[in-house]
Ligand binder design. Structure first.
Ligand code: NAD
Ligand code: TYD
Length: 342
């Protein structure tokens, strides 16, 4: 059984993946390498730190000596790279760290994997395809046309991973995930932001007309999709992971408010995000052909996520009342002051 180096394992998807992987693979061993940025939180794995199959190294994926030493000392055979700066709005406010971690950090992991002859699985995103016109669904061979600093850094990483397979024969696989929702998602992202604002009785800042389309997929289905590729995927291949169905942001907001029993008067249309991608949509047939299928449709995924925030104030209340406040003010104070339709 492989020993996994899970980078970014204290973040939202990484922590869900670690929990899922250890629940399914009794002989599994996981070493997390995580810098513990604002989005990386030990409490995301509060129930697992006593498990002898799990260990944590605190550090940066761009630190080549640390990555090499960790892989050698821990007998790592497979790197699963979740570590990233992940929020589009943060990438608009401060883009350089996105290049440091998402591009250079991924490049360092590839170099260590090449040196030590390890397999690397990279977690990419549907945002690398850019805005998708109506009637089209992205397939894995489509060109990458990213439009935000976040998406551009993820596209660069995605292409570096492919280049290492082509040039050096490095055994790699890539999954491109849709918008994930579920437990432990930092409340900067739309669904947890809206759920926690609703629970706090604060307005929900919807960018522009709110008719942008997203495939809101439950993080559980992303984890099973990654597992399917790790176990059955073809080396050198890319796989889309999502539900294959989209909804508008306003539909998502309606589900959140209905589940939480809050009034729709909380919705505020605010100034749009610069360069906001109107629509993401992916075809997921290639992953389905490996025997994978999602358990949640997007409506259930959003509803289930909203319910988790209602039941887990212990997790999000300290974030909302602490460090998150400064970001929230920078991002929303002026927007919310000029309320009304855009
Ligand atoms: P997150 O922001 O919740 O967590 C990111 C984790 O990476 C944190 O634990 C953070 O501490 C860690 N990290 C950041 N910089 C690091 C560095 N230099 N070295 C080591 N660790 C570092 O992110 P997430 O939402 O869980 O996303 C995980 C991955 O999935 C990312 O690669 C992201 O691009 C991708 N993805 C996310 C979504 C989504 O909807 N959230 C969708 C598709 C793909
Ligand atoms: P987000 O969760 O940031 O994911 P992404 O931009 O990577 O898809 O946002 C999801 C959608 O919600 C996106 O269309 C932007 C929109 N949005 C808002 O309308 N208001 C907000 O405050 C946020 C954070 C997002």
């Amino acid at each position: 059984m492989d020993t996994l180096l899970v980078t970014g394992g204290c973040g939202f998807i990484g922590s869900n993946f670690v929990r899922y992987w250890l629940s399914q693979h009794a002989q599994g061993r996981v070493v997390i390498l995580d810098k513990l940025t604002y989005a990386g939180r030990r409490e995301n794995l509060h129930d697992l730190w006593d498990d002898p199959r799990l260990s944590l190294v605190v550090g940066d994926i761009a630190d080549q000596a640390l990555v090499r030493r960790t892989c050698q000392e821990q007998g790592v055979t497979l790197i699963v790279n979740f570590a990233a700066e992940t929020h589009v709005d943060q990438s608009i406010l401060g883009p350089l760290v996105f290049t440091d971690t998402n591009v250079r950090g991924t490049h360092v992991l590839l170099e260590v994997a090449r040196e030590l002859r390890l397999r690397l699985h990279h977690i990419s995103t549907d945002e690398v395809y850019g805005h998708i016109p109506d009637q089209h669904q992205s397939v894995e061979t489509d060109p990458l046309l990213p439009r935000s600093p976040y998406a551009a850094s993820k596209a660069a990483a995605d292409q570096l991973v492919q280049a290492y397979h082509i040039t050096y024969g490095l055994p790699v696989t890539i999954t491109r995930g849709a918008n994930n929702v579920g437990p432990y998602q930092y409340p900067e992202k739309a669904v947890p932001l809206f759920a926690t604002n609703a629970l706090l009785g604060e307005p929900l800042p919807v960018y522009g007309d709110g008719l942008q389309m997203r495939d809101y997929a439950h993080v559980h289905d992303h984890c099973t999709g990654i597992e399917a590729v790790l176990l059955h995927g073809r080396i050198g291949e890319v796989y889309n992971v999502g539900t294959g169905r989209e909804m508008t942001n306003l539909e998502m907001v309606d589900i959140v408010l209905d589940v939480l029993g809050r009034d729709h008067s909380l919705v505020r249309h605010v100034t749009d995000r610069p360069g906001h991608d109107r629509r993401y949509s992916m075809n997921v047939d290639k992953l389905r052909a490996l025997g994978w299928q999602p358990q949640y449709d997007p409506r259930e995924a959003v509803a289930e996520a909203a319910r988790w925030y209602a039941g887990n104030e212990w997790w999000w209340a300290p974030i909302r009342s602490g460090e998150f406040r400064a970001y929230y003010d920078a991002q929303y104070r002026a927007r919310l002051a000029g309320t009304g339709q855009p």
